[in-house]
Design a protein around this ligand. Sequence first.
Ligand SMILES: [Zn+2]
Ligand SMILES: [Zn+2]
Length: 344
Amino acid sequence: MLCLRHLVRCKLVGLCNESTQGPVAARLYTNLALQPKPRAKQVDMSRIMAGADYMDIEQFRVYPWSISGLESCILVQKNGLSVAFDMGYAFREAVKCQHVLISHGHIDHISGLISHAARRHLCCMRPATYYVPGALIEPLKMVASAYAQMHANDKINDIDLKALGLDDEVNLPGGYIAKPFSTNHRVPSQGYLLYKQSKQLKAEFVGMPSAEINALHKKGVPVHDVLLTPEVAYTGDTNFDVFLNPPNPDLLRVKLLITETTYIDDCVDQNGVTSMTRARDRGHIHIQEFVDNEHLFRNVGNLLLVHFSDKYSVGYIHERVYGLLPPSLQGKVHLGTYLKDKTS
Ligand SMILES: [Zn+2]
Ligand SMILES: [Zn+2]
């Protein structure tokens, strides 16, 4: 039996070449028959064609430059906060960013780091700081040294690399703190939680005249508690276990969760391996895992999905993702396809 829907989707975007006859075809047909009908969600092509840059997601400005295996660099800004998650490509906006948080050492996430440092030096900008998993410090020093040798310029060796372990935290502009958390990928990897710091008067001083509070403060009496509000999380590449067993419960309480969804199709290859299996084997996430576990994200304000496979077109990504998502996720999921928007 031929499955026309499968043929149209997979052949048009070159997803898979398996036979559409026999048991495999029957399995595909069954899978597709169970899928919910796609709900139309308008893709603003005029914005895409105009080369729109930052996305506004509530209070955050986000520049999601990301395709699996090619380049990933996500910029996030808000009230003095300006960070880059990963540096797979040092595009113009990314070069302006002084604080870079690296999730892991795969080339699509780190190959722009030396170029980022060199371009900032070329533009007489202050050196950036690169926060990386500890395992990456020595390899990155070797890479920088090789570039310095090829470039005959010792300045390239002068890169501010900081190892950030799972128990560490670092202060960022805008009153933010970054804390790493463990993720599950094929190489050492970590994500980052960004907390906003704020002060709150200690309960015992509430109602006291401000002059008395000020006097106590001047004497060195601590009159405030410091509150940490989890605002942003970035997972980098990971499998879905990071949400099933979150290493930090704040991961599922943030206002903006940026995470990967490398696989979204329901193809089965000639060996009977599904995209879901391939995603798990390679340390990635399949969109169906969000659908099946929608309840986990009830306290997440917004999800920005990035790192889609390059084999998917922008139109297919929008149709497929919004066609599958349950109502509870429809309104809070955003799709980061900027790199594809500008190259496909
Ligand atoms: Zn990647
Ligand atoms: Zn990776």
